[in-house]
Design a protein around this ligand. Structure first.
Ligand SMILES: [Zn+2]
Length: 429
């Protein structure tokens, strides 16, 4: 890694308590934080092209290593100039390690746990000819079965980084092992030690190969993985903070279990098994932030509920990604602000299929400045949705992505004016 001293990748420009506004420099431009990153699973943020993404205020998107490497393969994408060129997006891209899907498409299904209830993720369960199998963990890596054709793959830390460098990602994540609430404490300890070795192997491979990759100025983030346990999380944060990373991703714990009882006011009884349970993720951020370098951007993996965004930003998190914004849009669930009836209980959404919108000539949200709200009515969107017209998916996705991007922009402005608490009250009280 060249010029770490010469070029800091992240600058904090304002703070309110632990909350902060920052600027993250990447090889494909700057990102203002706190930021929401739409997820482009298969080399596209579903229904949106790069121009739509810009219009919707997206600054940086996330690409899925697991999916892109199974199809069309990272080697093919590299030969075609990398993911930026392949998909026509010239802004920053963060890629995950691929570990989450390698585990989740087998292990979580086998345990009956889904990250998002009623998830529409394609999994081996959707394909009756494929039996879900457990991902097999060894010191070497994760052996998993492709959800597409049942072929066997081995994802090692080195291979994960190689794939991400093939894609030309701006921010690469190390491979870590996911822990399930079914694992006991002894297993968790062994697993965390193995994750340390995987993180170091990922870092070594990155340092040896990034200069010759198609994006020599790529950055690498370490991961604070761990279970819902204060001591373990803080020990993990201390360990990661000592390594030569450019930033940090904070993983959710896969819910909680009887084995872990990390804090007095949040126990296994108060949180049902639910990936990255909302209270758990806010607590986790609160626990680890004091141990992380202030100069590192902090990414919280897979979080996108509005209340969680406020809770995590308030505690010092900078970057978020979640499929919920675009998935909800496709399912007819459109974001609305508090003045339009949005609240925690309805997840700040209206259901466009409802009969009450049949003759509604208002935009989705009268306070929203997105392209969709400037040009189309609820009645029209409802009609498109019920008719399953392709245009619906684009217009709805533009609105939902814009809505979260704009909310993050309001948070940045509020932090600069020391008004984040006030803004949070307006949204969550
Ligand atoms: Zn809108």
């Amino acid at each position: 890694m060249i010029g770490l001293e010469a070029m800091a990748n992240f600058t904090v420009i304002a703070k309110e308590g632990e909350a902060r506004v920052g600027v993250l420099q990447t090889a494909h431009g700057r990102v203002e934080t706190p930021v929401f990153m739409p997820v482009g699973t298969q080399g596209s943020v579903k229904a949106l092209d790069p121009e739509d993404l810009r219009t919707a205020g997206a600054q940086i998107i996330l690409g899925n290593t697991y999916h892109l490497n199974l199809r069309p393969t990272s080697e093919l994408i590299k030969q075609l100039g990398g993911l930026h060129q392949f998909m026509g997006w010239d802004g920053p891209i963060l890629t995950d390690s691929g570990g989450f899907q390698a585990f989740s498409l087998g292990d979580m299904i086998a345990h009956g746990i889904r990250k998002v209830p009623n998830s529409s993720n394609k999994s081996s369960l959707d394909n009756p000819t494929l039996k879900p199998t457990l991902a097999k963990i060894s010191e070497e890596g994760v052996q998993f079965t492709s959800h597409i054709d049942g072929s066997k793959h081995l994802l090692t830390p080195e291979r994960s980084i190689e794939i991400q460098l093939n894609l030309g990602s701006d921010i690469v994540l190390v491979l870590d092992e996911l822990l399930s609430p079914m694992h006991n404490r002894d297993y968790a300890r062994q697993s965390l030690e193995r994750t340390h070795r995987w993180e170091l192997r990922s870092l070594k491979y990155f340092q040896e190969h990034v200069a010759d990759s198609i994006n020599p100025n790529a950055q690498i983030f370490g991961i604070v993985q761990g279970v819902y346990d204060k001591k373990i999380r803080q020990a993990e944060a201390k360990w990661v903070a000592e390594q030569d990373f450019d930033g940090i991703s904070i993983g959710g714990s896969m819910g909680t279990s009887e084995f872990y009882n990390g804090d007095d006011d949040v126990t296994a009884e108060t949180i049902s098994i639910d990936w990255a349970a909302s209270k758990a993720i806010a607590k986790t951020v609160e626990w680890v932030v004091p141990f992380l370098p202030a100069s590192w951007p902090r990414h919280v993996l897979g979080i996108g509920e509005i209340q969680n965004l406020f809770d995590c930003v308030q505690r010092g998190a900078d970057m978020f990604d979640c499929v919920a914004a675009t998935r909800r849009a496709r399912n007819g669930s459109l974001y609305i602000s508090p003045k339009q009836g949005g609240k925690v209980q309805n997840k700040y959404t209206l259901l466009i299929s409802k009969a009450e919108y049949k003759m509604d000539a208002k935009p989705i949200d009268q306070l929203c400045s997105c392209y969709t709200c400037q040009h189309f009515t609820r009645a029209y969107l409802r009609h498109l949705y019920l008719a399953k017209e392709l245009l619906y998916y684009r217009l709805a996705s533009i609105h939902n992505v814009y809505f979260l991007s704009n909310l993050m922009s309001q948070m940045r402005e509020a932090i600069q004016n020391q008004e984040l608490q006030k803004l949070k009250k307006e949204w969550t009280d």
